[in-house]
Design a protein around this ligand. Structure first.
Ligand SMILES: *Cc1c(COP(=O)(O)O)cnc(C)c1O
Length: 754
C-alpha cells in the first residue's frame, strides 16, 4: 500500500473501494489540515493583515492538494480503487464569499502571499450564505440562498472571541480559521468572524429575510441588498463586526510578539481592500487611545500601518454613508471620524477632500487616502485615471502616496488546477519552473513555429471544449458544437461591462445570416453572469439574451451558425470549466470603466485570444502580446472621458443615423422577441438603448462587429496561425501572475518580515 492509501483507509476505517465520496472527502479534509499545520512558520518583523469584506476562494480540496504536493498521489490512489477525483470534488460546496473580481483577487493574493513564504493573513466575515445561487426560470433570473456551511467546509471554529459593540449593545464575535497553504510554501490563515446567534430560519422566500434582527442576521448573507435603509445599515453592522474583531486580533497578536503599540508599524501592515473595511482606521485609533497613546501619535501610527487599494472609478461604488447611519451603528467611532475630519479641514484648503461633507455625508475613501501611507490602483490605466481625474485633488496633495499594482491571478488555480492537460504539456516543453516563476513561460515562445507543438496545443483546446460541452449537457441539457468558435463573456452582469454590446452583435449576426451573409465560422456565444438582485436593467439584459437564444435555437437556418448559451450560476467552479475551453475572450467594457479585470488574464493564460477595448489590464495585455495577437476595438478612454466631460453623447443620434444599429435595437421589441419574451423587460431595454445608453454601447458597435468577424474569419481560415497566437498569449501571461503582484506590494508597501 502507498502512504496515501494507508492514510485514507486509516481515516475511513475501511477499504477505499468501499468508501463513499463523502467519507473520502472528510478523510482528505483531515489529512490536508494536518499537513497544512506542519507548514505554519513563526513570524518575525512585519506581518500582513489583508482585510476584505470578500474572499471568493472557490473550492479548496484540489487546490490545497496541489499546493501541498499531494494531488497526484491522491488521484492515483482513488483511481486504483475505482474512484474519480472529479466526482470527489462534487462533494465540496463552493464557498462563494465574494461577488466577483475584487473577492477573487483577495483569494489569489492569499495564495501568493503563502507561496512566496510571506507572513500574511486575511481578515473577513464568515457569511452563512455566499453570493446567491442563480438559475433561470421563464427567461428570468431566480435567486436562492447559497448555503455552504454544515460539515463539509474548511472553516475551523476556534475558542477565540472578541466583544463588539454595535448600536450600543454588546455582541461576541467568534473567530473561524481557514488554513491557506502556499504552493510549496508556508501556511497562513484566512480569519473569518461570525456571531454564534445567527439564525438561518430567518430566511423567507428566495433570499429575503428580516433585516432588522441583528443578532440573528448579521452574517447571514454576503452583501445584503442595499436598496433600502435596513439593508444599508446592515452593511455597516457587518463591516464594523469585521473591523472591530479584526483590529482586536491584530493588536493582541502584535503585543504577544513584543510590540508596545508605539511601534505597531514594525509588526503589522494592514491592507484595506476597497472601502468596505475603512472603519479599521478610526477603530485602530480608538483602541490605541484606550491604551493611553495620545490621539496625534495614534493617527501617525495608523497612517504608517495602513494602506488602501482603490478598485473602481465608478462614483456610485465609492462608499459614502449618511452621518446618522454611523451615529446609529458605531457611535464610538464618530468622535474619532470627526477629529480626523477636523485635521483635514485644518491643513487642506480644498474642502472637496473633506471626510464629512456639507450634507453630512461621510466619504470613506477620503478617510482612506488621508490616513494611510499608500493608495494604489489596480492597473496602469486605472492608476493614471485616478491620478489625473477621479482623485486628482488628492494626488496633488500626496503625489508620493499614489502607486500602481497591476492585478494578477494565481497560476496554481487558474492553470494547474483548472487545466491539467495544458499544464502537463507546458511542463513537458519547458520544465516545471513556471509554476513558481511565471516569467519562465516566456520559453514557450521558442515553439511558436513548431508544428507538432501547435498541433498538440490545438488538440488540448479541443479536448477542453468537449469537456465543457459534456458538462453543460449534463447540467443544463444543452448541446454545443465543439467545432464552432467558443466566444465567452463571463463576469458580473453590469452595464459598464457591456454584455448588451455582445447582445446587439448577436442580433446583427442573426439578420446577416437570415439575409444570406453567412459568417466565416459557426459561433457559440457563451455567457456566465449574475445580476445584482435589485439591478433592473441588468436583469433585462439577461432576459433579452435568454429570449434571443430561444429565437435562434428555433430557427434552423440561423442555429447552424449561431448558438447562445447562458451558463447558470457563474461562480469559481463554473469559471474553472469555462476558461480552459475558450477560444475568444470577450473583454468589451467601456474604456476607462473596468479598473483592471482579472478574467481577461485567466483566459489569456489558458490560450484564448482577447477581443477587447483598451481598458483596465487589457491595455497591458495588448502591450505584452503585441497588436497582431489581440483584437482591440473601440473608443479610447480619453475619448470616453471627454464625451462624459462635455455631455456630448446622445444615443438617439447614433440610433437614427445608423441603420444597422436601428435594426438591432428595434429587434428587441419586434414580433420574434415579443412572441417568446416579456414585453416589459424588452421594451425597457429597448428604450434604455435609445434614451440613455450611459455606457456608450452604440459608438463602439460597428468597430466591434468588424473585429469580431475578423476573429471568426481568422479562426476559420487560418487555424494554424490562430494556435500560434494562442501560444504567444500563454507565453506572455507571466506578468499577470499574482506572485508578481504580491512581490510588488511587498517591495513598495508592506516590507514584510519572513
Ligand atoms: C475572475 C472572476 C471574476 C472577475 O472577472 P472579470 O472579468 O475580471 O470581471 C468574477 N467572477 C468569478 C467567479 C471569477 O473567477
Amino acid at each position: 500500500m502507498t502512504e496515501m492509501e494507508i492514510a485514507l483507509s486509516g481515516y475511513c476505517k475501511k477499504d477505499i473501494a468501499h468508501c463513499t465520496y463523502e467519507e473520502l472527502y472528510t478523510a482528505l479534509l483531515h489529512i490536508v489540515e494536518e499537513k497544512s499545520r506542519q507548514r505554519i512558520a513563526p513570524v518575525k518583523g512585519r506581518k500582513l493583515y489583508y482585510i476584505s469584506a470578500e474572499f471568493l476562494i472557490g473550492k479548496l480540496l484540489s487546490n490545497n492538494l496541489i499546493n501541498l504536493g499531494l494531488y497526484d498521489d491522491v488521484k492515483a490512489c482513488l483511481e486504483a480503487h475505482g474512484k474519480s477525483m472529479a466526482e470527489l470534488e462534487e462533494v465540496e460546496p463552493e464557498p462563494s464569499l465574494g461577488n466577483g473580481g475584487l473577492g477573487r483577487l483577495a483569494a489569489c493574493f492569499l495564495d501568493s502571499v503563502a507561496t512566496l513564504n510571506l507572513p500574511g493573513d486575511g481578515i473577513g466575515l464568515r457569511y452563512h450564505c455566499g453570493l446567491f445561487h442563480q438559475n433561470f426560470e421563464n427567461g428570468l433570473q431566480n435567486e436562492r440562498p447559497d448555503f455552504w456551511l454544515g460539515g463539509h467546509d474548511w472553516a475551523v471554529k476556534t475558542s477565540k472571541t472578541y466583544p463588539v459593540s454595535l448600536a450600543g449593545a454588546d455582541y461576541t464575535a467568534r473567530l473561524y480559521q481557514i488554513a491557506v497553504t502556499g504552493y510549496e510554501g508556508r501556511t497562513n490563515f484566512l480569519n473569518l468572524f461570525d456571531l454564534d446567534t445567527i439564525d438561518e430560519s430567518l430566511i423567507g422566500d428566495g433570499i429575503s429575510f428580516d433585516k432588522t434582527d441583528i443578532a440573528k442576521n448579521l452574517t447571514l448573507f454576503l452583501y445584503p441588498d442595499d436598496s433600502d435603509d435596513a439593508g444599508r445599515l446592515l452593511r455597516i453592522y457587518q463591516q464594523y463586526l469585521m473591523v472591530s474583531a479584526g483590529t482586536q486580533m491584530i493588536l493582541e497578536e502584535c503585543m504577544e510578539r513584543g510590540s508596545d503599540l508605539h511601534d505597531l508599524y514594525d509588526y503589522a501592515a494592514v491592507q484595506i481592500n476597497d472601502t468596505h473595511p475603512s472603519m479599521v482606521i478610526p477603530e485602530l485609533i480608538r483602541l490605541l487611545c484606550e491604551k493611553d497613546i495620545d490621539f496625534d501619535e495614534a493617527v501617525e501610527i495608523v497612517t504608517r500601518t495602513c494602506a488602501y487599494t482603490n478598485h473602481t472609478i465608478l462614483a456610485e461604488a465609492l462608499e459614502k454613508w449618511p452621518r446618522h447611519y454611523l451615529e446609529t451603528v458605531v457611535p464610538q467611532l464618530m468622535p474619532v471620524i470627526e477629529k480626523l475630519d477636523m485635521i483635514v479641514r485644518s491643513k487642506v484648503e480644498d474642502v472637496s477632500t473633506a471626510i464629512i461633507d456639507a450634507n453630512n455625508i461621510v466619504h470613506m475613501a477620503h478617510m482612506d487616502i488621508h490616513f494611510t501611507h499608500s493608495t494604489n490602483g489596480v492597473a496602469a490605466l486605472h492608476t493614471e485615471i485616478l491620478k489625473n481625474s477621479e482623485l486628482n485633488s488628492f494626488y496633488r496633495l500626496y503625489p508620493e502616496k499614489f502607486n500602481n499594482k497591476t492585478n494578477g491571478i494565481t497560476f496554481r488555480r487558474w492553470l494547474l488546477k483548472c487545466n491539467p492537460e495544458l499544464t502537463a504539456f507546458i511542463e513537458s516543453l519547458i520544465g516545471p519552473g513556471f509554476k513558481k516563476d511565471a516569467s519562465l513561460l516566456e520559453k514557450l515562445a521558442d515553439f511558436a513555429s513548431d508544428e507538432k507543438v501547435l498541433h498538440q496545443l490545438a488538440r488540448i483546446k479541443q479536448d477542453n471544449k468537449r469537456a465543457l460541452a459534456q458538462w453543460l449537457n449534463h447540467t443544463q441539457g444543452v448541446t454545443l458544437n465543439p467545432d464552432s468558435l467558443f466566444a465567452i463573456q463571463s463576469k458580473r452582469l453590469h452595464e459598464y461591462k457591456r454584455q448588451q454590446l455582445n447582445l446587439l452583435y448577436l442580433i446583427h449576426q442573426y439578420f446577416e445570416i437570415k439575409s444570406g451573409h453567412l459568417p466565416a465560422a459557426p459561433l457559440t456565444a457563451i455567457f456566465g453572469a449574475k445580476a445584482a438582485p435589485a439591478y433592473t436593467i441588468a436583469k433585462d439584459i439577461i432576459h433579452a439574451l435568454l429570449t434571443l437564444s430561444q429565437v435562434i435555437a428555433a430557427d434552423p437556418e440561423v442555429s447552424k451558425w449561431l448558438q447562445i448559451v447562458f451558463i447558470e450560476n457563474y461562480n469559481v467552479t463554473a469559471a474553472e470549466k469555462m476558461i480552459p475551453a475558450c477560444d475568444l475572450s470577450e473583454q468589451i467594457s467601456l474604456a476607462s470603466k473596468e479598473a483592471s479585470g482579472t478574467g481577461n488574464m485567466k483566459f489569456m493564460l489558458n490560450g484564448a485570444l482577447t477581443l477587447g477595448t483598451m481598458d483596465g489590464a487589457n491595455v497591458e495585455i495588448a502591450d505584452a502580446v503585441g497588436n497582431g495577437n489581440i483584437y482591440i476595438f473601440g473608443q479610447s478612454s480619453a475619448q470616453v472621458i471627454r464625451r462624459y466631460g462635455n455631455g456630448s453623447y446622445c444615443a438617439r443620434e447614433w440610433y437614427e443615423i445608423d441603420p444597422n444599429i436601428r435594426r438591432a435595437v428595434d429587434f428587441l421589441t419586434g414580433s420574434e422577441m415579443l412572441s417568446r419574451g416579456s414585453s416589459e423587460h424588452l421594451t425597457r431595454l429597448h428604450d434604455e438603448f435609445i434614451g440613455k445608453d450611459w455606457f456608450q454601447t452604440l459608438p463602439d458597435f460597428n468597430a466591434y462587429v468588424v473585429r469580431k468577424n475578423q476573429a471568426l474569419s481568422d479562426y476559420a481560415f487560418n487555424s494554424y496561425d490562430w494556435t500560434r497566437r494562442a501560444l504567444i498569449n500563454i507565453s506572455r501571461a507571466g506578468f499577470f501572475s499574482s506572485d508578481r503582484t504580491i512581490a510588488e506590494y511587498n517591495e513598495d508597501i508592506w516590507h514584510l518580515g519572513v
